[in-house]
Design a protein around this ligand. Structure first.
Ligand SMILES: Nc1nc2c(ncn2[C@@H]2O[C@H](COP(=O)(O)OP(=O)(O)OP(=O)(O)O)[C@@H](O)[C@H]2O)c(=O)[nH]1
Length: 576
């Protein structure tokens, strides 16, 4: 299949349009997609910050509860050994606080005395609160949450590292993720008498933190070293406690600077390991703790399935695809219109050139345009005019040549060549129609003498006058020709009767002999005529003309100034 320039141009324009819209669509889609991912990560970070804030508020609330208990007179009284009444009062207080805060599984008052014995202790045990007494009370002076708290001024809180609780006799808190918060108990002068400690079950805190998160969100918490404390896979949390460490910086290398404290936030994406089937998007923040603590900072992270983010991108992509498809369709239509508009003048020119080369007809051209096509059209029109003029000149020259080839230049009568053609046609016609015709061979008598005595111009004038008189004396169907020199012939079509021919010849001689005007003295000229008839005097043109010529010579030989029929073999010519 052959495509024209219009189709090819339309195809190229449409392809360019489609490629541009396709690339634009793809670019818009990828930019929007990365913006969506970025925005989702920022939202995640905001949620992470909210969670961190809630964690801080929870810690502050525990500190407040610690302070309430530590400043209660019963606490100092108990530590100063002022009797079981104050201890019982303190137990009641501890129980009240623990009932109000289900995450507290142990509240203790520990003395500053040697070994740091527990003075008053209430444990949560299978849903009930239990006062631990007697030998079950232990010495805790060697635990950091005791000796580090003793160094603190009144009102400050110590936060222990977050660990799994292995302390003996911990009841409900045993083997659970735990953090201890403690504050010193002092008298009015600031002398430290003991420490008040609340053990918090972190599972409860974490459950509270996660409760308000969307169901597909996942919570991560890591300690100062990067060890996971909360992980969607529970086997990865507190790995250090079981002898195998799971570090946030290993699983998500983007968090390395958070662990070292060089950065406060980090974004990550993962499609490795457990996330191979469902890639996730993560935001982490590292938060230094605002209390004296065994932990420098905590690293809190939130994850969201990438799929839920990209679902919006997919909807956007489908929208962009529809727009691209529409734009492509528009490009196609526009390309067709544009290609037609561009190539219309070219096609016009093409048609005009074809038509001009076929039959020299000039179609209209876009000459009014002011662009390159207009220039081309004007040049072509100019060329057309030149060619047309040259063709017309050529035609005129050809016609002139043809006329010259068939006519005598002096008299403008048909010449021998044309006469012979006419004679052939007359024979064919006569044979076809069973007709007859006559041929008169006319020669000027003593013409040489006219030339010699009056000059060549006079001879020419005589020849021209003879030609005019012959043409004027014959019918349209007859043919008058000059064979050369002073010899003329007349073909009388459909002339058959001898009398008729003789009568015409005599009349013709009379006309011809009329003195011819030339200067002051008219020229007197006489003529000798030989007549042949078809078919009587020959079957061919040569025979007919030769016989007439012979008859003319016999007229001359017989005395000139007369005529003679070929058929009159031995008779005298008819002289005038
Ligand atoms: N002026 C003129 N003379 C011509 C032309 N063509 C031929 N002639 C002359 O015509 C003369 C023809 O002479 P001829 O027919 O031989 O002799 P004639 O004098 O006519 O004698 P007859 O035929 O015997 O009567 C010659 O002298 C030619 O030179 C021409 O075109 N113009």
């Amino acid at each position: 299949m052959k495509f024209g320039i219009t189709s090819r141009l339309a195809l190229v324009l449409a392809l360019v349009g489609m490629l541009v819209s396709g690339f634009t669509g793809f670019y818009a889609f990828s930019v929007s997609r990365s913006l969506l991912v970025q925005s989702a990560q920022n939202e995640l970070l905001t949620s992470t910050q909210v969670l961190a804030r809630r964690l801080a508020l929870t810690r502050q609330e525990i500190s407040r509860n610690l302070l309430v208990l530590a400043t209660h007179p019963a606490a100092l009284a108990s530590l100063q050994g002022k009797g079981p009444a104050s201890e019982q009062q303190l137990v009641t207080l501890f129980e009240l606080v623990m009932e109000a805060n289900p995450a507290y599984f142990q509240v203790r008052l520990i003395s500053v005395q040697d070994g740091g014995p527990e003075q008053v202790r209430v444990d949560r045990d299978s849903g009930t609160l239990l006062r631990v007494t007697g030998d079950d009370l232990q010495e805790k002076g060697h635990f950091p949450y005791v000796y580090e708290t003793l160094k603190l001024p009144f009102g400050e809180t110590y936060l222990s590292p977050i660990t799994i609780n292995h302390e003996r006799g911990a009841h409900a808190g045993l083997e659970r993720p735990t953090v201890q918060l403690a504050t010193p108990v002092t008298d009015a002068r600031g002398t430290v008498f003991g420490v008040l400690v609340i053990n918090v079950d972190l599972n409860g805190v974490f459950a509270m933190l996660s409760a308000d998160l969307p169901p597909d969100f996942q919570l991560f918490l890591a300690n100062r070293n990067g060890d996971f404390l909360i992980h969607p896979d529970p086997t990865h949390a507190f790995g250090f406690d079981k002898g195998r460490r799971y570090l946030v910086q290993q699983e998500f290398p983007e968090t390395a600077d958070l662990v070292t404290g060089k950065a406060t936030k980090a974004f990550a994406q993962s499609n490795q390991g457990a996330y191979a089937d469902a890639p996730i998007l993560l935001s982490f923040m590292g938060r230094p703790l605002d209390v004296a603590s065994g932990e420098d900072r905590l690293i809190l992270g939130l994850a969201q399935p990438l799929e839920s983010v990209l679902r919006q991108a997919d909807q956007l992509g489908a929208g962009i695809l529809r727009i691209v498809a529409l734009v492509c369709l528009g490009c196609l239509v526009l390309a067709i219109f544009l290609a037609r508009a561009i190539t219309r003048p070219i096609n016009m020119m093409n048609m005009a050139i074809q038509r001009f080369s076929n039959d020299n007809h000039m179609l209209s051209l876009p000459v009014a345009r002011q662009d390159e096509i207009g220039m081309l059209a004007r040049s072509f029109q100019h060329m057309q005019n030149l060619i047309k003029r040259q063709v017309e000149d050529l035609q005129d020259s050809r016609e002139e040549l043809e006329h010259l080839a068939q006519h005598d230049m002096l008299t403008d009568l048909p010449n021998r060549r044309m006469f012979m053609e006419r004679l052939e046609q007359a024979i064919a016609r006569a044979l076809r129609n069973d007709e007859e015709f006559a041929l008169l061979f006319i020669d000027v008598d003593n013409f040489k003498q006219i030339n010699d005595t009056l000059g060549h111009a006079a001879g020419d004038a005589v020849l021209r006058t003879v030609a005019q008189r012959l043409a004027g004396s014959t019918r349209k169907v007859d043919t008058v020709a000059r064979l050369g020199g002073d010899e003329f012939v007349v073909l009388l079509d459909n002339f058959s009767q001898r009398e008729q021919i003789a009568g015409f010849t005599e009349k013709l001689l009379a006309v011809l002999k009329t003195p011819m005007p030339f200067g002051e003295n008219p020229i007197h000229v006489e003529f000798s005529i030989g007549i042949s008839q078809f078919p009587e005097n020959g079957a061919t043109s040569e025979d007919i003309i030769n016989n007439a010529d012979r008859a003319m010579y016999k007229t001359k030989a017989g005395g000139r100034n007369g005529y003679r029929f070929t058929s009159d073999a031995n008779t005298q010519p008819n002289l005038l």
